[in-house]
Design a protein around this ligand. Structure first.
Ligand code: DAH
Length: 347
């Protein structure tokens, strides 16, 4: 049998390469032609016996054949790589016709809605709005409010302490109420009151903390503090302002307000404010809504004011409590769980 012609080798290689279904078998087929013992290599070896002239033409022919085979090989490699890529793309395809998840419209948290409404109502009665630190010095949170170290009333409010001392040399703490804002704000504005007769009239809403956790208590909660100090601010003013606030907040005049004697170190006399709806699901029940009182002379002195001359009232109410009564919510923990089914009802 005569040796195959160059044309035959080329067409054989082309057919072989075309029948390879993947890259490894193609590389095996390549060896049959271009490898150490491949057909083309054998032809090159066979040139040893030829004359120099024959070598020239035969060599050129074999090289052309070799180039042709290499070109076919390259084309087949590319085509196989292309097929592999297409198969991969097809298997990982994304169905862009699926509807997207969308982005919900956010809403204001119900407690923050109460906070904002309080600012609106008290703002309309002429109260300034103040903000202050949640990490507070012992002096502002307790001592300045007539609640010195070892005073038994301190046990009414256990809190979290920070591993760092305030300028009073006592550990800083997370404020247990917004009442320290009375002292901070009044100290800053005492001079304006004394020299220009500008009343101290402020609310201070914000976050507060206590070691407490059940259906009606949370370690973090919100309060709103109120303070009105001038030369002649009486309990009657407290009664008028707070009743007006409640009627507007609950959007009804059908409610009664009563002041029940109580105790707070920073007020004298002190009162718990209770309210009763005349209609609706909570009709007829007295509900505790706020602490309040006439600011204690010692506290007025700590404001940097003369208690013989300046007098007024303060109150501190829970924003969660106001929100729960407004919407008939029974468990305070719902406010902090972030369950959208609950929160969406207020959006
Ligand atoms: N700070 C008190 C508390 O958290 C509430 C309070 C009572 C605030 C009487 C006042 C007040 O301003 O006059 O329990």
């Amino acid at each position: 049998m005569s040796a195959p012609s160059l044309e035959q080798i080329i067409s054989q290689a082309t057919a072989d390469f075309a029948s390879c279904a993947d890259a490894p078998s193609l590389e095996n087929a390549k060896a049959k032609y271009l490898g150490k013992t491949g057909a083309v290599t054998e032809l090159l070896k066979g040139m040893a016996q030829l004359s120099p002239d024959e070598k020239k033409t035969r060599g050129a022919d074999i090289n052309r054949a070799k180039d042709a085979i290499e070109a076919t090989l390259k084309a087949r490699r590319e085509s196989l790589a292309n097929d592999a890529l297409n198969a991969k793309l097809a298997s990982e395809s994304i169905d862009v016709t699926l509807p997207g998840r969308g982005r919900g419209v956010g809403g204001i948290h119900p407690v923050i809605q109460t906070w904002q409404r309080c600012e609106e109502i008290f703002g309309s009665i002429g109260f300034d709005v103040a903000d202050g630190p949640e990490i507070e010095a012992d002096w502002y949170n307790f001592t300045a409010l007539n609640n010195p170290p070892n005073h038994p009333a301190r046990s009414m409010q256990d809190t979290f302490y920070v591993d760092m001392n305030g300028t009073d040399g006592l550990p800083l703490l997370l404020r247990t109420h917004t009442s320290p804002m009375q002292v901070r704000y009044a100290k800053m504005h005492a001079n304006e009151l004394t020299t220009k007769g500008k009343a101290i009239k402020v609310i201070a809403p914000g976050r507060t903390y206590r070691v407490d956790s059940d259906a009606t208590h949370s370690p973090m909660f919100h309060q709103i503090e109120g303070l009105w100090i001038d030369e002649n601010i009486s309990f009657a003013d407290l009664k008028g302002v707070y009743t007006d606030f409640l009627r507007r907040f609950f959007e009804t005049v059908a409610l009664q307000v009563r002041f029940r004697p109580s105790y707070f170190p920073f007020t004298e006399p002190s009162a718990e404010i209770d309210m009763k709806f005349d209609s609706g699901p909570l009709k007829g029940k007295w509900l505790e809504i706020s602490g309040s009182g006439q600011v204690h002379p010692t506290v007025v002195k700590n404001f940097g004011l003369d208690p013989e001359r300046f007098i007024g009232f303060a109150f501190g109410s829970g924003l969660e409590r106001l929100t729960m009564l407004k919407h008939g919510i029974g468990d305070l923990r719902l406010f902090f769980e972030g369950d959208l089914r609950f929160l969406k009802q207020f959006a």
